[in-house]
Design a protein around this ligand. Structure first.
Ligand SMILES: NC(=O)c1ccc[n+]([C@@H]2O[C@H](COP(=O)([O-])OP(=O)(O)OC[C@H]3O[C@@H](n4cnc5c(N)ncnc54)[C@H](OP(=O)(O)O)[C@@H]3O)[C@@H](O)[C@H]2O)c1
Length: 311
């Protein structure tokens, strides 16, 4: 069968530790599907794991070289019980492997992509889209809530704004000045964090979706009303934010995004009906994945970054 070019983390360190490798195309077992990947999402967790940080690095430390990529969209290669060769599919691949031409996915991880949705749009959803959707559900966001989303212009944030608006919430999003028009176009009131501290611009929100964590997340607790709800998404600083929130009488929770094909279907349907816009800021060929990691680890990219697999 054809070649299988992959981009692997060869050691914990900088982006240059990502190296191309040639392997053979894997053979699926009974509950697996062989997918020819078209596009893979690049997420901050990929760069943190590569740098040796957090739960991701702990999990793979004895498995290097390891191929990252939790988002993959592509075509089924061989008929399986559920999918047929040629089906367009997307999935949240918990084992990683999206940064490669072929991967084996558990059959339960995949769902079909509607014709009106591109591989590129679909590849943005498994981590960022599910995180946005699950964070809003965890915070129990309802119509009429005032919701502040930190990093509203990022991969998770720009989807979160639109989903929160669809629930009938009034949405505020923190951004730098280059992104104010962007988040406004998605329906949020932009708060430029470079102009003044957020708590000087906004008080008494019902819900904070903290996509920054650390000092920024902790400072934003001052915007939340007494009895408000916080979901803090970056896992590394979650214990600190939860403790600081509870000291202020605010209920806070961390989260880890879970695979969920029904929720993926709902997000795909929203793209199909044009009620969800996916912003793709840059697409790199797999061979330039090092640059994709240089970009994502700036923490300043708008929307999503993708890797395109070679034919
Ligand atoms: N727990 C989980 O399961 C889970 C799942 C997904 C993501 N995450 C984590 O959640 C975080 C967000 O993920 P993501 O994919 O959305 O990240 P991302 O796409 O890299 O976010 C980039 C955005 O952050 C904004 N930003 C940077 N500094 C800011 C500041 N001080 N205040 C407000 N916005 C700022 C930037 O906008 P400006 O340039 O305008 O500043 C940029 O648009 C990451 O830490 C990621 O690892 C966790």
């Amino acid at each position: 069968m054809s070649q299988n070019l992959q981009l692997a983390i060869t050691a914990f360190g900088g982006p240059e530790t990502l190296k191309l490798q040639h392997t053979s195309v894997p053979t699926p077992t009974e509950n697996q599907v062989l997918v020819k990947v078209a596009f893979a999402g690049v997420n901050p967790i990929d760069a943190k794991t590569r740098a040796g940080l957090g739960w991701g690095a702990e999990k793979i430390k004895d498995s290097l070289p390891w191929v990252p990529g939790f988002d993959a969209a592509g075509t089924v290669v061989l008929d399986s019980g559920v999918f047929n060769a040629g089906d367009r599919v997307v999935g949240r691949i918990v084992e990683g492997g999206g940064y490669g031409q072929h991967l084996l996915a558990d059959v339960s991880a995949l769902t079909r992509i509607p014709d009106a949705v591109s591989f590129q749009q679909a590849a943005c959803l498994p981590v960022a889209g599910l995180t946005a959707l699950q964070a809003l559900e965890l915070a129990n966001v309802e119509s009429g809530d005032r919701v502040l989303i930190l990093a509203g212009s990022g991969g998770v944030g720009h989807i979160g704004i639109q989903l929160a608006k669809a629930k009938g919430a009034t949405v505020f999003a923190s951004v730098s000045s280059v992104n104010t028009a962007f988040v406004s176009s998605l329906g949020a009131t932009a708060l430029d964090y470079t102009e003044s501290a957020l708590e000087k611009q906004l008080r008494d929100v019902d819900v904070l979706i903290d996509l920054m964590g650390g000092d920024v997340g902790e400072a934003a607790l001052a915007c939340v009303k007494n009895g408000g709800r916080v979901v803090t998404v970056p896992t590394i600083t979650a214990p600190r934010i939860i403790e600081a929130a509870e000291a202020k009488g605010i209920s806070a929770q961390g989260m880890l995004v879970q695979p969920n094909t029904l929720q993926l279907d709902a997000l795909l349907a929203s793209i199909e009906t044009k009620t969800l816009h996916i912003e793709i800021t840059k697409t790199y060929p797999l061979e330039q994945g090092v640059q994709a990691h240089v970009d994502i680890q700036t923490g300043r990219t708008r929307g999503k970054i993708l890797l395109e697999m070679p034919e």
